[in-house]
Design a protein around this ligand. Structure first.
Ligand SMILES: Nc1ncnc2c1ncn2[C@@H]1O[C@H](COP(=O)(O)OP(=O)(O)OP(=O)(O)O)[C@@H](O)[C@H]1O
Ligand SMILES: [Mg+2]
Length: 256
């Protein structure tokens, strides 16, 4: 139902019948999903369930086979990745995606350059991009890792590197942020730090987080969507999902 002004009630993200086929394989099948503004939603599901592919459809990395994607009511199904970023979509990847020989601040500046369609020039010193440095510094302050700004990324712990990746996604000031397994490969202590960082992000940002670690999913998201074989298999509160025998079966049950 729309309000008179047509604002405030649109979901941050709405997918209808979203489908992705890779040759004979339907990796994402007829997915309907609605995430409200400011919501934090965890996406869980066994390996190969289609979670990352689903993110790649939303972010525009892969064209859809069929179906539609809207953010804040606007149809983005056929827009480029950059156009989606301008409209507020941010994303991190399952595999680390940093410039290891640059400093933390420089990594964020490179992310900001990408947003403006400026290719990183080896001949122009990064320090000449003043406004971008300011934006990068601001982001590091808000996520609480400003003291790492001058460190070369390859000297940081893996947990810190993954925090930098989220910071890079925040440079574009996203209103919808997709995090693909931010705690993958982290030690328990690093996972706690990461979870706290995500938990403290601006509550106005709508966050979808793919997470294998149920504890993390339960802490950051009051609502969970379970993917299985490309479909939305279940959706509900952490308690509902934990107590759902069908969900238990796909995680711990039969082999097929
Ligand atoms: N670019 C691609 N080309 C062909 N098949 C692909 C491609 N990307 C993913 N797939 C296949 O699509 C299915 C879903 O993969 P996807 O990576 O989305 O799963 P996932 O739920 O993210 O799994 P995981 O938990 O292991 O990260 C898998 O069978 C995978 O092999
Ligand atoms: Mg994945």
């Amino acid at each position: 139902m729309n309000s008179i002004r047509g604002e405030g009630v649109r979901p941050a993200l709405e997918c209808e019948g979203l489908t992705k086929r890779f040759g004979g394989l339907e990796a994402v099948k007829q997915v309907d999903l609605r995430v409200d503004v400011g919501e934090r939603r965890a996406i869980i599901g066994p390996n190969g369930a289609g979670k990352t592919t689903f993110f790649s459809l939303i972010s525009g990395l892969y064209p859809v086979t069929s179906g539609s994607i809207r953010i804040f009511g606007q149809d983005i199904t056929h827009l480029s990745c950059n156009q989606r970023t301008y409209l507020g979509l941010g994303r991190t990847f399952q595999i680390t995606n940093l410039f290891p020989t640059l400093t933390v601040l420089e990594n964020l500046v490179v992310a900001a350059l990408g947003l403006r369609g400026i290719k990183f020039s080896m001949v122009r010193p990064l320090s000449t991009y003043r406004g971008l440095y300011e934006r990068a510094g601001e982001v590091l302050e808000t996520v609480g890792i400003a003291e790492k700004r001058a460190e070369v990324v390859r000297n940081l712990s893996y947990g810190e590197q993954r925090q930098i990746e989220i910071s890079m996604a925040l440079v574009s000031n996203p209103t919808v942020l997709l995090l693909d397994e931010p705690t993958a490969g982290l030690s328990p202590a690093e996972s706690v730090m990461m979870t706290e960082m995500i938990y403290k992000l601006d509550p106005k940002i709508t966050i979808l987080i793919i997470e294998h670690n149920m504890d993390v999913a339960l802490q950051v998201a009051p609502r969970i969507t379970v993917f299985h074989q490309g479909c939305v298999f279940a959706e509900g509160s952490p308690k509902e999902i934990r107590n759902n025998p069908r969900v238990q079966e796909i995680y711990f049950g039969s082999e097929d």
